[in-house]
Design a binder for this molecule. Structure first.
Ligand code: GLU
Length: 477
């Protein structure tokens, strides 16, 4: 296969969209309207750094405004370009519609290598980029709400929120202009882990359906399953950590930028993550076999049960798809499988849990954060102690009745302490996220198993497109 004939990322997403609507009854004009990106704003701005003006190029693309605000992260990478931002914005539309997150789709990007700049320089650049977007309402609590993506995190979102505040001093809802903020600036507990946590919940839900597990050529539960993770950034790290520490899965390989770590007994993710932070890479990691260069790139092709691509788009493409041995691929990144590779993997019988579902945990918790900001109160603050009080009443009464019946041991301590604990913000966030991931998987699989779609990805796209259409129709368009 020749990897040169691969379509661009945006073309790849449009090909998937076209494939999805083929089996749907969509008016031709409407199909085109939903597919195209509404607008992409390109900004070039100068920042004086290190004694000279440096010019940066950034984008904010709005794919669909069927619901507002529109939502999507801001990426910092040298590879950022208009095609990529538009593809990612389209994915945001479908992701939000599928998971019933009431937003349209958007995405932003800045063409920059964030590691090439000091923190104070990045702050200046981010504030300037934010200024350009804010003055055009491309950052605004009711119109367009960014979030972190590759190369950005809480720190950048904090700067953006503060910049918006300075420019809108009387906006009482200013904190809702961006999500993924530090908790001290109105962020929400569990947002940093959210996308990785969502990947965990998605896999847990997959294993609740033995028929699907069998279709994938697997059996049992997550316990002992051999997993390869590509990319130990925020998403890959949290997914790998939770799956190994909480579900008993074994991370047999971690594919990183500079090399691949193999360990058949399971890589200790916390240890490796710390090593990467301290040494800048995996090369000197002592616990496992570390492969470099071409061999390392083949890390994704090793034998395993589940492959989690959690880095950039297009990492599974026409050049390597036929060598992938995983039984299940769960797309933690956006667009890691190209449209061409998707067809090859399907022919090979590999079970794909698609990106528009699998990585929706981030935007789902962003939605909770936005709601928190608009309501100006932490989730659980009003009801937690009341809930504990009511539970205490029941425990006391049960213990009294058990005592009267001569069962003096009463309720077990383990039960009592778990039952008495009222839900705090992190519990509620995880509960809402788990519910979202379960529901979305179930409606996708129903459509697929019902014979209306050839796989989960097509089912996901079709459900999302149907919901966008329903919104337009109900508006009277
Ligand atoms: N950048 C993340 C994504 O691709 C999160 C977007 C958001 O929270 O708005 O889904």
């Amino acid at each position: 296969m020749n990897s040169l004939i691969e379509p661009s990322f945006r073309d790849s997403i449009e090909m998937l969209y076209n494939q999805a609507i083929k089996d749907m009854d969509v008016a031709p004009g409407l199909a085109e309207k939903i597919k195209v990106c509404n607008s992409t704003y390109t900004v070039r701005f100068g920042v004086k750094l290190r004694g000279q003006i440096h010019t940066f190029t950034g984008y904010r693309s709005v794919h669909s405004e069927h619901r507002e605000p529109v939502k999507g992260g801001i990426r910092y990478a040298l590879s950022v370009n208009q095609d990529e931002v538009e593809a990612l914005a389209a994915l945001m539309t479908y992701k939000c519609a599928l998971t019933e997150v009431p937003f349209g789709g958007s995405k932003g990007g800045l063409c920059i290598d964030p590691r090439a700049w000091e923190e104070h320089e990045l702050e200046q650049i981010t504030r300037r980029f934010a200024y350009e977007l804010i003055k055009r309402d491309l950052i605004n609590p009711s119109q367009n709400v960014p979030a972190p993506d590759m190369g950005t995190g809480e720190r950048e979102m904090g700067w953006i929120a503060d910049q918006y505040n300075r420019m809108n001093t009387t906006d009482i809802n200013a904190a809702a202009c961006v999500t993924g903020k530090p908790v001290e600036l109105g962020g929400i507990a569990g947002r940093v882990e959210a996308t990785g946590r969502g990947v965990q919940y998605a896999l847990q839900e997959f294993f609740r359906h033995p028929e699907d597990v069998k279709t994938a050529g697997l059996d049992g539960t997550l316990e002992g399953k051999r997993i390869i993770v590509q990319g130990l950034g925020n998403v890959g790290y949290h997914a790998a950590k939770f799956l190994s520490e909480e579900d008993g899965a074994k991370i047999v390989a971690v594919v990183e930028r500079d090399g691949t770590v193999f360990n058949a007994d399971g890589v200790n993710i916390e240890e490796l993550h710390l090593h990467i932070q301290q040494h800048g890479g995996v090369l000197t990691y002592p616990h496992g076999q570390v492969l470099l260069g071409a061999e390392a790139r083949m890390g994704m092709e090793a034998d395993c049960d589940i492959l989690i691509p959690a880095a950039i788009e297009g990492s599974i493409n026409l050049g390597n798809a036929d060598r992938i041995k995983a039984k299940v691929i769960i797309e933690a990144a956006n667009g890691p499988i190209t449209a061409g590779a998707d067809a090859i993997l399907r022919d090979k019988g590999i079970f794909i849990i698609p990106d528009l579902y699998a990585n929706a945990g981030g935007v789902t918790v962003s939605y909770f954060e936005w709601v928190k900001n608009l309501s100006h109160i932490r989730f659980g603050r009003m009801q937690r102690r009341a809930e504990e009080g009511r539970h205490q009443l029941l425990v006391d009464e049960l213990n009294r009745v058990l005592g009267d019946a001569g069962l003096s041991t009463g309720l077990s301590e383990n039960f009592t302490s778990k039952y008495l604990k009222g839900a705090c913000e992190i519990d509620l966030v995880r509960s809402g996220l788990d519910d979202t991931m379960r529901e979305a998987y179930q409606i996708m699989r129903e459509r697929w198993r019902g014979g209306h779609a050839q796989d989960l990805r097509m089912a996901g796209y079709q459900i999302a497109i149907q919901r966008v259409i329903a919104t337009y129709q109900n508006k009277g368009l």
